[in-house]
Design a protein. Structure first.
Lengths: 249, 58
């Protein structure tokens, strides 16, 4: 007579050496191991995060939300609406100024993270995804400018085509082709930006916000580097309330 | 709209700042300057509640 195994456990294995039979269970357990719920949605922040320089990451995300929301409405309504109606002009301006704000706060965020060497403590992928987001945001904005359907977009596209041709990509990235530029602008590039922002935030949650240099040195001296700087810092050196994995900054 | 148009007269080529190979519109120079100002203020200005949180963790 065989003993029934618990659901999701491979046959022939005891409860002590449980290995899920289902790939969904394995993925779930691996995800929880990498990013447990208390790190994904923490209820405390390290004390060193209480500085204005840490708000520009989340300000970039807030700007991006406004960009996506206003851009979705513009895409649904179309060029005649955004050129010839009052509400259309308004949404068009909201979209433009949200982009201006996005780049503004993203650049300040980038400067802040550069000068605090935010790739320390195994955070190189956080830095790289952030840098790639910045690089992809540039053609995302350019394709928006050339998708306006007015004289401004004609001027920008005829100027930009020389740049594209000079680097050899003009044949398949034709800035004077509205349909192609519009597809890049409303579909392909936004998907890349949003996916990378999601990855960037999850990596911040996984590794925690980079601590200040001074705090890192103190923790190293205290012999707490392994568990403290990269994962948690709960002493009186300035990183008390959280576990070092606080803000998406 | 009329008021803004009076403040910002755009009916002319952009004013630019030129220095060797650097060629920037005045509008972009103003934005870059503002980014430096905001960056400096973000480092210099105290964050609300920061001192209280530090004291609470001592």
């Amino acid at each position: 007579m065989s003993v029934a195994e618990p659901p999701g456990v491979a046959p022939g294995r005891g409860a002590g050496e449980r290995e899920p039979a289902s790939w969904t269970a394995r993925v779930r357990e691996a995800a929880v191991d990498v990013l447990p719920p208390e790190k994904l949605l923490p209820d405390g922040q390290p004390t060193y995060v209480a500085s204005w320089i840490y708000v520009f990451g989340v300000a970039s995300i807030a700007s991006l939300v406004v960009i996506i929301a206003s851009g979705s409405i513009l895409a649904l309504k179309g060029p005649a609406w955004w050129h010839y109606t009052g509400v259309g002009h308004f949404l068009n301006s909201i979209h433009l100024w949200a982009v201006e704000l996005f780049f503004f706060v993203m650049v300040v965020h980038l400067w802040g993270k550069y000068w605090m060497a935010a790739w320390r403590g195994g955070r190189i992928r956080v830095w790289i995804t952030g840098a790639i987001i910045f690089l992809i945001a540039i053609p995302t904005a350019l394709t928006g400018y050339v998708s306006q359907q007015n004289f401004d977009s004609q001027w920008i596209s005829t100027q930009a085509k020389d740049a594209m041709n000079s680097v050899g990509i003009g044949a398949f990235f034709n800035v004077t082709n509205f349909g192609q530029m519009y597809s890049w602008h409303v579909l392909l590039l936004p998907i890349a930006v949003v996916a990378l922002v999601a990855a960037h935030v999850l990596l911040v949650r996984t590794h925690g916000v980079v601590p200040p240099f001074e705090l890192e040195k103190r923790l190293e001296r205290a012999g707490a580097h392994a568990g403290g700087v990269t994962g948690g810092a709960g002493d009186d050196t300035g990183a008390g309330e959280g576990d070092g994995s606080g803000a998406a900054a | 709209m009329g008021v803004l148009a009076a403040v910002f007269n755009l009916n002319h080529p952009a004013h630019t700042v030129d220095w060797h190979f650097i060629h920037l519109s005045v509008a972009n120079v103003v934005v870059i300057g503002l980014m430096f100002v905001v960056f400096a203020l973000a480092i210099a200005l105290p964050f609300p509640g920061a001192q209280r949180r530090r004291r609470a963790n001592k």
